[in-house]
Every structure is written in C-alpha cells, then in structure tokens.
Design a protein around this ligand. Structure first.
Ligand code: SF4
Length: 473
C-alpha cells in the first residue's frame, strides 16, 4: 500500500476520539441501518442465496489457486484486443506507471471512476506531485475530494456527512475545482445532485484521459467490468481518448459464466438492488467506439504475500460490497477513518494488515478492532470467515510485534503447565486454596482495562480431579 495512511494513530486511539463525535455516530447509525435493512430484504427475495454464496466462494477459491495461469491468459487476451498490460509490484511502481502514461498523452488532468485500488495506492496524491489533477466523478467521492477529506466507507465514502454538511462543502469548495455551486443551493438531495451533475459535466466533456478500477476481469476474453449506479463511470469509460485501469490481481474470474454469479451477489449485497443501473464492459479497444488507447495496470501490492497465507488468503475473495461494514457494531461506533486505510470496517481489519504487514501501530491494532460477533461473516456474499482471519492475525501480532509481552508470557506459562501434568496439578490446587484472595478487579495495567468492564469468573471450591475422585471412586 502507499504510505498515505501510515503514521496515523492506532485504532484504539482514533476510535476513542471518533466515538465521542455525536454527529458522526448519528450519521453512521442512520445510514448503516437503512442500507442493512434494505440489503436483508433484497437477499431474502432469492431462495437460492446460500447456493449463490457458496458458488461465489468456490469460484474465487478456484481462481486464487490458479491465479498465475488466469493472469497470463488475461494478459494475452487484453493484448490481443489492442490493450497494453503493465505489471506493478507495489504502490510506488503503479503510481509511476500511471503518471508516465498520463504525461505521455500531454494532458495535465484526468477524470476518475470510483476505485478502491487507486485509493489504496494513493494515486491522486502521487499524480498531484507530478502536476496532474485527478478529478473524482462519483458523487460521494466528489464530496470527499471537495471537502479535503478521506473516504470512510467502501460504497458510500461520504457516509459520515449529512446533507447540510454536503451543501456547505459544495458552496465553499466547488469553485476551486471548476463550476461553482449555485448561490441558492439548498440541502435537498435533488438540488445537491443537480449541482454535482453540472459541475462534473464540464469535466466529462473536456477529459482526454480517464482512470478507473474494475469490479471483475474476465480471463477468457480479457474483458473488464465496472458496476455503478450514477452513470459517471459510463461517461469516463467511453468519452476520453485514453483509459487507464488499475486493478488488483485478485479481481480476475475465469469466465463469463462465473460473472453471472457475481452479478447477482454484488448489487444485492452492496446497494440492495436486484440489478445495478449501469454495468460497463470493455475488451481492449475498438475503432470508433470508446477510448482508442487502453492500459491495464495489474496491481500486486501485498496480494501475493496474502495469497501465501492459507488462512488469510480468503480475504482476497472480497468483492467490496461493504455489507460487512453495515452490520459491524464496531464500525458503526468508530466510523471508517479510525481504520487508517482505504479499506475500513471488518474487511479492512483483515485486509490492510495483510497487504501492508503488521509493522505499524495502526496495522498491528486492526485485527483487534472487532468484538468477534460474527455478523460480518453472516452477511458476506463470498463467505469470508472474517472472525477466523482476525483471530489468526491477532496470533501473528502477539507473536511478532512488541507490546504483547504479557500475553506472550501468559501463553508460555500456560504451555508449560499444560505439558507438565505435575505443575498443572500444583497450579490448580494453589488456585483453589487461594480462591478467596483473588480480587474481582485487578488495578494494574494491562489487566486493569480488561477487568474494569468484565468480572473474573469465580473459581470453584475444588479442582476437577478432586471432584472426579469424590464422585466416581
Ligand atoms: S468481506 Fe465480504 S461483506 Fe465485506 S466487503 Fe468483502 S465481500 Fe463484502
């Protein structure tokens, strides 16, 4: 990942501040509850939802097992159809490739389709450093960009803003980026959408270069697929002369038949729609139809390392629907910014520490940003067992990062006791004898924070062995 998000405070520190922001919590609660209720209804309409979910999981797992073959197949098909494929090991390489491609066109501005991959690598900031202005065209991304803000949700990046805040952002900042907001702008959704539409139209009509991600890449034909709701994507993907798509290597699926499954899973899980309003597909270039130059930048940026982890690799199945965010009690209270990454919520808690490693305070804290309630797993359309990966990553952090000395010492002591029966018996007997001396709250850190909100379980009057001897002999 890029270093755009690094240096941010750990999750507990950021969440401590965010949970005190009443307006943020009200905005989040209203929005997440609305989306989650709608999603539940949309999913209930399909009798074969659980079979579709299993199919999605199986397709993704099979693809990941043969990722190398499918990627080479995709490269050959895209190249054969007139596109150019670039391979990027990390964020820096991807940003360099894109900046050079834009410069080669002689342009100094680009329009963008909403893309998590380009947020992950900090592309806008990298292009700005090269004197290239990148304009977001998704409505929520536009709000975030005009407000000099960071996205806080995968699907609704400005979910932390209410419509009055959005009106103020439009009024104060639209003129800096192009067509100003109308003087009499109100905070009704129709007015806000109209102001954004007029502001963006100028950019669509002027743009010579567009940058996108993709929801899926179909290996058998080299076709890229973008699903969206506003039509801004369609404008960016068809009007400019040059199209550059930056896509994570895990977004590949083998065939069109596989796409059928995901076209049912994704819209219902994300926007609670039976079908999304715009689905744009393109294969290389076609003379007289759409961009005449197409570049595909295939992004690794930690994905190969993630694939090597047999438990953690299931995170690569993610289709970025955001259903797990909308049901997560931790996300609802802390908001997306506390996760310090382009990927907030439960998926961010398992994906960011795998893509970036657990060497920074924010990444080492993310696997602990969960109550392990399992709601995320229940709603995930590709059945990613997020709690399983969280526990797996917690073990990795506890084993490798400083700051978990007490846990490591406790585990070592437990391992010794459990592999030495005499020591275990002696510890049991000592605990039972001293049971009345063990306090309910422990006033010393780190146990203090833990016992402040929990009661220590009461120790029984006799050990299991004593009880067994008494009742079975
Ligand atoms: S982890 Fe599952 S529920 Fe969460 S965004 Fe990814 S696909 Fe959706």
């Amino acid at each position: 990942m890029s270093d755009v998000y690094l240096g941010l405070p750990s999750f507990p520190a950021a969440a401590r501040v965010a949970t005190k922001d009443k307006r943020l919590r009200a905005n989040l609660t209203r929005a997440t509850h609305t989306i989650r209720d709608k999603r539940a209804k949309a999913v209930d309409e399909l009798e074969d939802w659980s079979e579709l979910r299993e199919a999605g999981k199986a397709i993704k797992d099979r693809t990941l097992r043969h990722l190398d073959e499918y990627l080479l197949q995709l490269e050959a098909k895209v190249t054969g159809a007139g596109g150019t494929v670039h391979w990027a090991r990390d964020a820096e390489e991807a940003n360099r490739i894109v900046a050079d491609l834009v410069k080669a066109t002689g342009e100094a501005e680009v329009v963008k389709v909403k893309s998590m991959a380009t947020q992950e690598i900090g592309l806008n900031e990298a292009l700005a450093a090269e004197g290239i202005a990148a304009y977001e065209t998704d409505l929520a991304e536009l709000i975030v960009q005009l407000g000099d803000d960071r996205p806080s949700h995968i699907l609704v990046p400005a979910i932390h803003r209410n419509r009055t805040e959005i009106r103020d952002i439009f009024r104060d900042n639209m003129a800096r980026y192009g067509r100003p907001a109308p003087e009499e702008l109100t905070d009704t959704p129709a007015d806000l959408a109209e102001a954004a539409r007029r502001h963006l139209r100028e950019k669509f009509l002027r743009a010579k270069v567009a940058i996108s991600g993709a929801n899926f890449m179909i290996a058998e034909t080299g076709t890229l697929v973008v699903l969206e709701s506003e039509g801004n994507g369609r404008m960016c993907l068809t009007l400019p002369e040059t199209l550059i798509s930056v896509v994570g290597i895990e977004k590949i699926i083998p065939s069109w038949q596989d796409l059928e499954v995901f076209l049912q899973l994704l819209p219902r899980s994300s926007t609670a729609e039976r079908m999304n309003p715009y689905t744009t597909m393109w294969t290389g270039t076609t003379e007289g139809d759409g961009p005449s130059e197409f570049h595909l930048v295939l992004l690794d940026n930690g994905r190969t390392d993630t694939l090597a982890d047999t438990v953690g690799r299931q995170a690569l199945r993610c289709i970025r629907c955001s259903a797990c965010l909308n049901v997560c009690p931790v996300y609802e209270r802390a908001g997306g910014h506390a996760y310090g990454s382009a990927y907030p919520g439960p998926i961010g808690a398992i994906l960011s520490p795998q893509l970036r490693g657990t060497g920074t305070p924010i990444d080492a804290s993310l696997p602990f940003a969960s109550s392990l309630c399992g709601a995320c797993y229940e709603v995930c359309p590709v059945a990613i067992d997020i709690p399983e990966v969280l526990v797996h990553l917690r073990a990795r952090v506890a084993d490798t990062e400083p700051g978990h000395r007490v846990e490591r010492a406790a585990m070592k002591a437990a391992t010794y006791a459990m592999t030495h029966p005499a020591a275990y018996r002696a510890a049991e007997a000592a605990a039972v004898r001293g049971r009345n001396l063990i306090p309910k709250k422990i006033p010393i850190a780190p146990a203090k924070a833990w016992t402040e909100t929990r009661d220590l379980p009461e120790l029984p009057k006799q050990t299991f062995r004593q009880w067994w001897k008494e009742t079975h002999s």
